[in-house]
Design a protein around this ligand. Structure first.
Ligand code: SF4
Ligand code: SF4
Length: 156
């Protein structure tokens, strides 16, 4: 159930205020601040993303996006992945996708273990499982997955 980022860029589309660029320190280096934590950091554009970084036209059409986001074919990439703040690197938008026995996606679980689903049966099972697993269990995601699978759901 390892999280795979699809590099869609959706999570960074409204983070223009989250990463504040204070000063350009070099052709591909920027003194920045991670606003939520007040942490300064030096952003360095990844070597292999410099060409796409130079084209800023996409940002004009997406003024709320993080200044370091750029389209690249079908994907939308962070161009400073190597030096981005830890919160960016470890962010996981979805930790589980839950399918019913027909293979239909009926629920998603975000990184805070919040279930998003219209399926009332699934929601009940999820809430009951959360109540049963002790808080702080290091293997909580694996345990939740096992509970769901025992009810016939497929989890990715
Ligand atoms: S973390 Fe999720 S929303 Fe963000 S780029 Fe990856 S798949 Fe897309
Ligand atoms: S630094 Fe990268 S991961 Fe973080 S908000 Fe900006 S584009 Fe997204």
């Amino acid at each position: 159930m390892a999280f795979r980022c699809r590099m869609c860029g959706t999570c960074c589309m409204y983070l223009g205020d989250y990463i504040a660029v204070e000063r350009q320190a070099g052709p591909f280096e920027f003194e920045c601040e991670s606003v939520s934590t007040g942490t300064p950091f030096l952003a360095r554009v990844d070597d292999d993303k410099r060409e796409i970084f130079k084209d800023t036209s996409w940002l004009n059409e997406h003024p709320t996006a993080c200044r370091f986001l750029r389209p690249c074919g079908e994907q939308v990439l962070c161009t400073i992945h190597g030096t981005s703040p830890a919160q960016c690197k470890f962010y996981r938008c979805v930790v589980m996708r839950i399918f019913d026995i027909r293979g239909i996606l009926i629920g998603k679980v975000t990184g805070t273990l919040t279930l998003h689903s219209d399926n009332s049966e699934l929601r009940e099972i999820w809430e009951a499982a959360l109540r049963e697993i002790p808080e702080g269990s290091g293997d909580i995601e694996e345990r939740l997955q096992k509970v769901l699978e025992s009810h016939g759901y497929r989890v990715e």
